[in-house]
Design a protein. Structure first.
Length: 437
């Protein structure tokens, strides 16, 4: 793919629309994000640093994304000028901090298009969101012999909480397999439902293969069996955006730190009618209406699930991150990442001995690969010495690695602030490494 010409394409005569379309497909005009490319990198100070005397090329965005100045500034401003505990003070600062924290909840509601901010529960991240549901839903709705359906491309955080439930209650886990392209076998999925199926818990996007799963269809199938669905949106929300009502997801989990926001903040969305029926996850302050030694009355949603002082500085900064990405436009982000991914696939697949895992039709900018017989750890270490940050190993998806009959991969994961030049640096480095071995 060519680097787009900065000049505006000349207007074509009206009578040649097909010709114009053909030209657009060959040479895409710069997207708003590409035109803003320089400014974007300037918003992320860490992207200007060097490692081992080489300019940093950060390609580990599925693990965590970098933070724009605006987000870091929000944390500084929060502690310097609006720090007080929320929901309890009559004083000015406490009220201001509460307004910011609850404003952040509303920003999340808007971002995911939930019906009500009572459906937005703040957690520490996707992992805690799934554990919360495994605990509360498992307590209330599951008993010995009941079943949960997951897929074989889940992150460990969507496997282990269900195994802990299995150990507590004698429930069972059923697994949807993937084909060789890294796509879920939806035909097999349909056959996994029984009278004992109580929940489907699925990743929206694979953190290893980049596959975007056909979750709308899978939710429809589950609902036809009267079964609710939790989506693990850790790798989807930052790239595709989320509309929980359009998806008709019953629960949706994601992490701020993968969305240009601070670490330690996550969200569990749940439909109000489900959350109302679930028992609390943890006990403590904030989640109660009244306490006596005879018993406790729990608070209303969403506070029933938020015991203790929340990270209100973090939630406020997360709202700033959401404002930042919605300001760029989720469609622009998706388009930019799609173009970068196509370019990276083209450059990487041209390297001799390259084996890319995952060839799903619908995918994001996560690319897992092995290069010849070189151990992924060696590739990762050598890339690191050239300033290129990638992830190596099993990516917390050991069952998927077993399915692929490998121990691990090298994983490149892109964000909108990455550039074609960085992909060129990566591809050239991989060529060098291949020749060295
Ligand atoms: N689910 C998926 C699909 C993920 O990719 C991750 C983190 C999690 C859940 C857990 O998120 P957390 O924020 O609670 O830790 N994935 C990765 C990764 O691919 N490399 O590092 C972390």
């Amino acid at each position: 793919m060519n680097i787009p010409d900065k000049k505006q394409p000349e207007k074509q005569p009206e009578e040649q629309p097909e010709k114009q379309q053909e030209i657009n497909e060959v040479t895409p005009s710069p997207s708003p994000l590409e035109r803003a490319g320089v400014r974007l990198q300037e918003d992320f100070p860490i992207l200007q640093r060097e490692v081992y005397g080489k300019p940093l090329v950060y390609l580990d965005n599925a693990a965590t994304t970098q933070k724009p100045r605006q987000v870091v500034q929000s944390i500084v401003d929060g502690y310097y000028s609006a720090n007080a505990n929320v929901h309890r003070g009559v004083h000015f600062l406490s009220q201001q901090a509460t307004e910011l924290h609850e404003g952040a909840r509303e920003a999340v509601r808007k971002f995911i298009n939930a019906r009500s901010s009572a459906e937005v529960i703040f957690t520490r991240g996707t992992t805690e969101s799934i554990n919360l549901l495994a605990h509360s839903y498992g307590e209330e709705f599951m008993k010995k012999g009941d079943e949960i359906i997951v897929s074989d491309m889940e992150h460990h955080s969507n496997i282990v909480p269900w195994q802990l439930l299995e150990a507590r209650k004698g429930t069972a886990i059923k697994v949807i397999p993937t084909n060789s392209r890294g796509e879920l076998l939806t035909g097999v999925y349909k056959g996994l439902f029984t009278k004992r199926t109580k929940l489907v818990s699925l990743t929206h996007v694979s953190n290893v293969l980049g596959t975007v799963n056909p979750v709308e269809e899978m939710i429809r199938i589950a609902h036809a069996h009267g079964v609710p669905v939790l989506l693990d949106g850790a790798q989807a929300a930052p790239h595709l955006g989320v509309d929980v009502q359009a998806l008709d997801a019953d629960f949706y989990a994601f992490s701020s730190h993968k969305m240009y926001g601070p670490t330690g903040i996550g969200v569990l969305y749940g439909k109000e009618q489900w959350l109302e029926r679930l028992p609390p996850y943890q006990g403590g302050g904030e989640m109660i209406r009244s306490v006596s030694f005879k018993g406790t009355v729990f608070n209303e949603l969403p506070f029933k699930f938020e015991a203790g002082t929340p990270d209100y500085i973090g939630t406020t900064a997360f709202a700033v991150a959401l404002e930042y990405i919605t300001g760029l436009g989720m469609e622009n982000i998706a388009r930019r990442e799609h173009e970068l991914t196509a370019y990276a696939m083209q450059r990487l697949s041209a390297i001799e001995g390259m084996r890319i895992y995952g060839a799903a039709e619908q995918r994001t900018g996560v690319i897992s690969f092995l290069l010849g017989d070189i151990h992924p750890f060696d590739v990762g270490t050598l890339l690191d010495k050239l300033g290129i940050a990638v992830r190596t190993g099993h990516h917390c998806a050991q069952p998927l690695m077993r399915r692929l009959c490998i121990e691990g991969t090298v994983r490149v994961s892109l964000a909108f602030y990455n550039t074609r030049e960085e992909i060129d640096v990566l591809a050239d480095a991989l060529e060098r490494i291949r020749k060295m071995f």
